[in-house]
Ligand binder design. Structure first.
Ligand SMILES: *Cc1c(COP(=O)(O)O)cnc(C)c1O
Length: 405
C-alpha cells in the first residue's frame, strides 16, 4: 500500500474535541442523569445554536427556489464569488476601505485558512498567538511549514504567549523576519479584543519585520465597544501587510450553511515585488469552485439593512449569555477575560491543570467546558466557557456553577 503522509503523522493536536466528547460519554455512562433537570449541559462548543432569522432565511429560501426555475437557474459562478456580494461586503463591512475585487467569497474562514497555507510555501516561518484556534497550527503542519511535535509545540513554529500578565496581547519581539503571523481578535479562545493602539503596534511590527498578518476577524460582529477596531484595515498601513479572513458563521448562524470571505489587498506584495493578490486568485480558481449560490443569496440578505439588524439581534443573544457566564464566574472570584465583546470567557485557574479543572466542573456541575491547554501550551491552567447555547441552558449551567463550584 501507499506510504503515509509524514505530515499527518506529525499532527499532535486535533484530539481536543473528540477527547472532550469521550470524557463526557464516559461520565454520563458512569453517572446517568436522574431526570431531565440533571442532564449534562455544554458550555464547551464554538457552534451556533439559534435559528437563522427571517429575512436572512428568506434570502436562502429564495436562492434555492430560483434554482428550480428556468429564469433563475445558475450553474458555476465566479470562483471569487458573486460580484454583487463582493461589492456588498466591501461597502457594508469595510465602508469602502477595501475594493470589491479584493474580496474573495469562500465557503468559510476555516477552509480559506487551509487554502491560504498553500500561498506561503514551506520556507516561510509560521508564528501564532498561544493559545490559538487549532487550524493555524495544524494546517501549517499539514502544509509542511512546520516540523514534528517537540514537547510543548511544533518545531519551526514561533508561539507568542498570551497570558494574564501581558493582558492577552503577546510580546511581538520573537516575530521572525519574513514570517506569516496568524492573529485573531476578538480572540478564540481567550475572548480578548484588541484595542486600536495594540493593533497599530501589530501592524508596525509586521511592516518592520516584513511579515504578513493573517487576521482572523470571525468574531468582529460581537464587538460592542465603539473604540475597538472591527477590521485590521481600520489600522494605518494594514493593507500592505495583512490579509483578513471573516465569516457569516457566527454572526448570521451560517455554521452549517458555509459562507465566508477573505480580503487580499492589491497593495500586498512579496519580497520580490510580485502581487500576492494575483497568486491568491490563481489558487482560488485552481482548487476552489466557488461558494454555494444559495449560501451567497443568504449572505446578500444578511447584509441588507434588515439582515444587519438580524446579525445584531443574534449576536446580542449570545452576548447576553456571555455576560451571564462572566458575572457568574466573577461572583465566584475566578479571574476572567472576554465575554463582553466576544462569545467566549477565558477563566484562570492558576496553578491547576486544565483537564483536571474540566473534570471537576463536569463532576460537580454536570457542565462541559473546554480545557485551555487544548489550544496551546499557554492555555494550561485556563478553561474556555462558550456562550453558544440556548439561554435557558446557559442560565441553568450558570446556576449550577454558582452553587456548586
Ligand atoms: C468559528 C471560527 C471561524 C469560522 O470558520 P468557518 O469555516 O467560517 O465556519 C474562523 N475562525 C475562528 C477563530 C473561529 O472560531
Amino acid at each position: 500500500m501507499i506510504a503515509r503522509n509524514p505530515r499527518i503523522a506529525h499532527l499532535e493536536a486535533g484530539y481536543l474535541f473528540p477527547e472532550i466528547a469521550r470524557r463526557r460519554r464516559a461520565f454520563e455512562a458512569a453517572h446517568p442523569a436522574a431526570g431531565p433537570e440533571d442532564r449534562v449541559l455544554s458550555l464547551g462548543i464554538g457552534n451556533t445554536t439559534e435559528p437563522i432569522l427571517p429575512l436572512t432565511g428568506a434570502g436562502l429560501t429564495e436562492g434555492a427556489r430560483c434554482l428550480a426555475t428556468p429564469e433563475g437557474y445558475t450553474g458555476y459562478g465566479d470562483e471569487q464569488g458573486l460580484p454583487v456580494l463582493r461589492e456588498k461586503i466591501a461597502e457594508v463591512w469595510y465602508h469602502g476601505a477595501v475594493q470589491a475585487d479584493e474580496v474573495f467569497v469562500s465557503d468559510g474562514a476555516k477552509c480559506d485558512i487551509g487554502r491560504l497555507q498553500l500561498l506561503f510555501g514551506q520556507e516561510v516561518p509560521v508564528t501564532v498567538q498561544d493559545p490559538s484556534y487549532p487550524v493555524y497550527v495544524d494546517g501549517s503542519v499539514l502544509a509542511g511549514a512546520a516540523g514534528a511535535w517537540a514537547g510543548a509545540g511544533y518545531q519551526g513554529i514561533t508561539y507568542l504567549p498570551c497570558t494574564a500578565e501581558n493582558g492577552f496581547f503577546p510580546d511581538l519581539t520573537p516575530l521572525p523576519q519574513g514570517a506569516v503571523l496568524y492573529f485573531c481578535s476578538p480572540n478564540n479562545p481567550t475572548g480578548a479584543a484588541c484595542t486600536r493602539p495594540q493593533l497599530q503596534r501589530l501592524v508596525d511590527t509586521a511592516l518592520r519585520r516584513q511579515a504578513l498578518i493573517v487576521f482572523d476577524a470571525a468574531y468582529a460582529a460581537f464587538i460592542r465597544d465603539p473604540q475597538l477596531p472591527r477590521s485590521i484595515y481600520e489600522i494605518t498601513d494594514a493593507a500592505s501587510c495583512a490579509i483578513e479572513v471573516n465569516s457569516f458563521s457566527k454572526p448570521a448562524g451560517f455554521t452549517g450553511v458555509r459562507l465566508g470571505w477573505t480580503v487580499v489587498p492589491r497593495a500586498l506584495k512579496y519580497r520580490d515585488g510580485k502581487s500576492i493578490h494575483t497568486d491568491w486568485l490563481r489558487i482560488v480558481t485552481t482548487i476552489f469552485n466557488g461558494a454555494s449560490n444559495i449560501a451567497q443569496a443568504g449572505g446578500l440578505a444578511a447584509l441588507s439593512e434588515g439582515g444587519l439588524g438580524e446579525i445584531r439581534a443574534l449576536t446580542d443573544y449570545y452576548l447576553r449569555n456571555a455576560s451571564l457566564i462572566l458575572q457568574t464566574l466573577k461572583g465566584l472570584g475566578i479571574p476572567c477575560v472576554g465575554g463582553d465583546n466576544s462569545p467566549y470567557v477565558w477563566a484562570r485557574f492558576a496553578g491547576r491543570d486544565s483537564w483536571e479543572v474540566f473534570g471537576e466542573i463536569l463532576e460537580k456541575c454536570r457542565v462541559v467546558t473546554t480545557p485551555g491547554a487544548g489550544f496551546g501550551p499557554a492555555g494550561q491552567g485556563f478553561i474556555r466557557f462558550s456562550a453558544f447555547g440556548h439561554q435557558k441552558d446557559i442560565e441553568e449551567a450558570c446556576r449550577r456553577l454558582g452553587e456548586r463550584l
